[in-house]
Design a protein around this ligand. Structure first.
Ligand code: NAG
Ligand code: NAG
Ligand code: NAG
Length: 318
């Protein structure tokens, strides 16, 4: 999973090239003395190939093939954009959440990008500090909206994403909050064998005799086609359906339009942490209500996040 490279190339678009180069590399490797570096680091790879292959007429073909560096990893099976809706001033929480994502085991064969999402930064001091974060971490998305959780921010998010990432679309878009600990690899494993279209997945909130008319705001996933539909659906705006409890409203848009019919309820693997913090479960996909540092600390302890810290005289580890 990548916390950096915000403008990363689309593996989807590069896939044919990646396959081509992979084929070339696989077949030429014996003549390259098993150099694993070919194609893995662009021009460096080309020069390496020249040195190791010798002047046998093969080299030029290799060089041509690898000038554009292919993704060195396996082609991802799916891609997911995780948008953590937060507010500019929540620096400390953002730092904790950023670390919580960065220190997770990577989701295999998946392209997962985590972005912190908020509305326009009106305060000039915050604008500077947020600019620093954006420069350092490259994981900030500022939407053209005014800050207010239940006043259209989720609409702004879901409707902007298809346009903002049009050149490198994802299979799925997630909305989550800065008081949710999401275990990305577990979520990706859930998504891996699901359809890529018409999906609406999360903590199903039973209501009015229906099992999951909407997904709880702690975190839900829609497929790219659903987000694209939201971005073009005039009816949502015409009904003023951008305001109100955001999770309920998303369910309403989709229900009225017959969208998101591939629905998946991840209860009980998504849940609210209880007051006594005694309901963690090992198969957690997401735990919500981490509203203070004490609750984040309990979460890191339960999931052994800091258990692997190297023994060192420089930090008296917990
Ligand atoms: C941002 O939103 C405002 C109000 O809806 C609009 O007037 C303005 O053109 C938008 N700016 C951009 C860059 O889209
Ligand atoms: C939507 O909200 C605006 C402004 O509050 C109001 O003027 C309009 O009548 C509303 N439309 C509907 C369909 O409720
Ligand atoms: C944390 O580590 C302990 C000890 O190795 C293990 O028993 C437990 O299952 C781990 N917890 C999780 C959530 O993986």
């Amino acid at each position: 999973m990548s916390m950096k490279a915000p403008a990363s190339n689309s593996y989807v678009l590069l896939a044919p090239l990646g396959v081509l180069v992979l084929v070339v590399v696989v077949f030429l490797l014996p003549s390259l003395n098993g150099s694993q570096r070919v194609g893995s680091d662009g021009l460096g790879g080309v020069m390496c190939a020249r040195r190791t292959a010798g002047a046998d007429g093969y080299t030029a073909a290799v060089a041509v093939a690898v000038v554009d560096p292919p993704p060195p990893r396996e082609e991802p099976e799916l891609s997911l954009l995780v948008g953590v809706l937060t507010m500019p001033k929540r620096y400390e929480r953002r730092d904790i959440v950023r670390l919580a994502y960065a220190l997770q085991p990577p989701a295999v064969r998946a392209r997962v990008d985590v972005r912190f999402v908020f509305c326009r930064v009106s305060d000039p001091v915050d604008a500077q500090l947020v600019a620093l974060e954006a420069m350092r971490h490259g994981d900030i998305v500022v939407l053209n909206c005014t800050e207010n959780m239940n006043d259209g921010k989720t609409y702004a998010y879901l409707s902007s994403i298809p346009r903002l990432f049009a050149s490198a679309p994802y299979d799925y878009v997630m909305k989550t909050d800065d008081d949710t600990y999401l275990r990305v690899a577990r979520l990706v494993d859930e998504l891996r064998h699901k359809p890529r279209d018409d999906v609406y997945l999360g903590y199903g909130y039973a209501m009015g005799g229906q099992p999951m008319p909407f997904m709880h705001g702690m975190g839900y996933v829609v497929s790219w086609d659903v987000a694209t539909w939201v971005s073009t659906a005039e009816e949502i705006l015409a009904r003023n359906d951008t305001e109100g409890p955001e999770d309920l409203m998303v369910g309403k848009w989709l229900n009225l339009a017959g969208r998101g019919r591939n629905r998946y309820d991840l209860k009980p693997r998504m849940y609210d942490l209880s007051w006594d913090m005694d309901n963690f479960r090992p198969d957690t996909v997401a735990v919500h209500m981490l509203k203070d540092n004490r609750r984040w600390a309990a979460t890191f302890i339960y999931f052994n996040v800091t258990a692997g810290i190297d023994p060192s005289k420089l930090h008296h580890s917990p």
